[in-house]
Design a protein around this ligand. Sequence first.
Ligand SMILES: Nc1nc2c(ncn2[C@@H]2O[C@H](COP(=O)(O)OP(=O)(O)OP(=O)(O)O)[C@@H](O)[C@H]2O)c(=O)[nH]1
Ligand SMILES: [Mg+2]
Length: 366
Amino acid sequence: MASESISNVRIAVFGESGSGKTTLLSTFFGAQQTEEFIREKQYLLSADKKAQALTLLANYHEIKDEGTFPSQTFGYEEYNFSIHIPGLEKLSPALKVTWLDYPGKWWTQDIEDEGEIADQKKCFADLLTAQVGILLIDGAKFKASKEKYIRTLLDQFKNEIKRIHKFAESKEDGVNISGPETWIIALSKADLLPDMNAETFQTFLIKRALVQFNDISKVLNCDDFGQKYLILSSVKTDSTGQIIDPESVVGIDCIAPCSLVAALSAIQEIFNKQAKEPTAKERLMHFLKNVFYYADMLDDFLPEKYQYLTKLIKKLNIQTMIDDKLAPLVEQRNEYIKQKDIVGATIAGMLATFKISKDKKVYFEC
Ligand SMILES: Nc1nc2c(ncn2[C@@H]2O[C@H](COP(=O)(O)OP(=O)(O)OP(=O)(O)O)[C@@H](O)[C@H]2O)c(=O)[nH]1
Ligand SMILES: [Mg+2]
């Protein structure tokens, strides 16, 4: 049964070539295994496939120690990570994170190679199974051309989504897959815009590109698009692209927590929508009053990809924890670790990081 499996947040990162996807992925993995990170956050990441771990770590060390960035990506790959709690490594992890990385040139270039076409099809199908989409706005281009770049990028993104949907509709096996139900708009290379935080980023975008946002919401059939913002940076460079501070990172630790929270809030949204259906209304009114008490009903309502998260919801009152202050969350996390409760420790640790990022305005939601 899906709900007995390990919870899995699947993240589809959308960004044109050069927007910083692979650098982010490599830093996401590399930075979340450092001693300093583990000591502070009390969790760490491992990659399920050794070869992927080696590639990402090599990329990470090249960025941090040698000041060189990964080369352009030419193939699609799915990366699976597990979240571990120090001292509880023998227990099976409570949460996995899947990250889909693909060549950004697919946004702008036609491909003819048969192998690559097959790769792209597989990628499109997988992107639609993600619960969370992250749209990357390239900080370097944003800095250079501001609204002109934003509008062009959003139009390009809309076309990309239409293309993916067209692909899904044309699938012969009739698999009913819908794209990510929740979206985070992320500014990559945020080190180039040191005065910008997630809130000012949001204000800028909404003021300058509201029409594009509304269009995309319609295409995605997702009211949530344009509600969540994140600023990200893997290093600090000067304006010529030379790394001047390899240790400086922004928002990398928030990617998994804010994706988890976004996926959980998407579950609430699915229920809200279903509550409008007369047949399900009565049950759902009860459910919505106390999502956790009625958690056993979750699997009957949710698309399969969300059922992987119900184990977390069944365990804890996440909404209360999301609203909690930082100190009680950290205390709860430490208590769960003592009790060897890996689900509790994982969620509390993620939410504590989410809270810090929100307070620092690395993450912002409307
Ligand atoms: N200032 C700054 N520059 C960055 C950062 N991350 C990436 N870059 C720059 O952006 C370039 C492209 O980064 P990639 O991670 O390869 O971009 P990508 O989206 O994977 O590109 P494709 O593989 O072609 O799709 C790097 O070579 C760097 O020059 C960052 O955090 N800060
Ligand atoms: Mg890449």
